[in-house]
Design a binder for this molecule. Structure first.
Ligand code: IMP
Ligand code: MG
Length: 181
């Protein structure tokens, strides 16, 4: 275990087994369609890569750069779309993939934007969903794991840009959050 990690919340093996189940469900939803997967960068990168390799259906990948945290451990409340151009989703069946559903602002803003751009159907998939009251009214269609309302890193999730490469989901030691903040 990495020295900055206090405890592992979800280990690699458990994540892998759950991805099999999620992939099966996504496949059932989009069978017979040409899917466009919209990855919310950077947090969903690792999760999406592992999920898509379990989806033997025709699909395209688009990325969306969105920021809401600005470095801290609390959502800033503002969702910024950082790309000059949005993915060409008009008429498409879209699966939005994010790492974690927290306040819900990111997913709500992204789904709204994609619908405005003319997506035919928008579904969402998150690896983690925090059990808390959301600031925006939104829930994901596919959820890997429900977790408590605490800050986690690993498997794509970062703190100040670090820890995305950990193969598990873990909780940082308090002193590390203090030092890096
Ligand atoms: P929301 O807009 O508050 O739902 O936040 C979603 C985004 O905040 C996610 O895409 C993550 O990038 C980030 N985020 C939320 N909770 C955590 C966490 O516990 N660890 C790391 N990033 C998080
Ligand atoms: Mg993110």
């Amino acid at each position: 275990m990495h020295e900055d990690i206090e405890r592992i919340l979800i280990d690699e093996g458990v994540i892998e087994k759950r991805l099999d189940v999620l992939a099966e469900r996504v496949m059932r939803e989009f069978r017979g369609r040409e899917l466009m997967v919209v990855v919310i960068l950077k947090g969903a990168l690792v999760f999406t890569a592992d999920l898509l390799r379990r989806l033997p259906i025709p699909l395209e990948i688009e990325c969306l750069n969105v920021a809401s945290y600005h470095g801290g451990t609390e959502s800033s409340g503002q969702v910024d779309f950082l790309d000059a151009k949005l993915p060409p989703v008009e008429g498409r069946f879209v699966l939005v993939v994010d790492d974690i559903l927290d306040t819900g602002r990111t997913l709500a803003a992204v789904e709204k934007k994609l619908r405005e751009q003319g997506a035919r159907k928008v579904k969402s998939c998150v690896l983690l969903s925090k059990d808390k009251k959301r600031a925006a009214e939104v829930e994901a269609d596919f959820v890997g794991f429900g977790i408590g309302d605490e800050f986690v890193v690993g498997y794509g999730l970062d703190f100040q840009g670090l820890y995305r490469n950990l193969p598990y989901i873990g909780v940082l030691k308090e002193e590390v959050i203090g030092e890096l903040s």
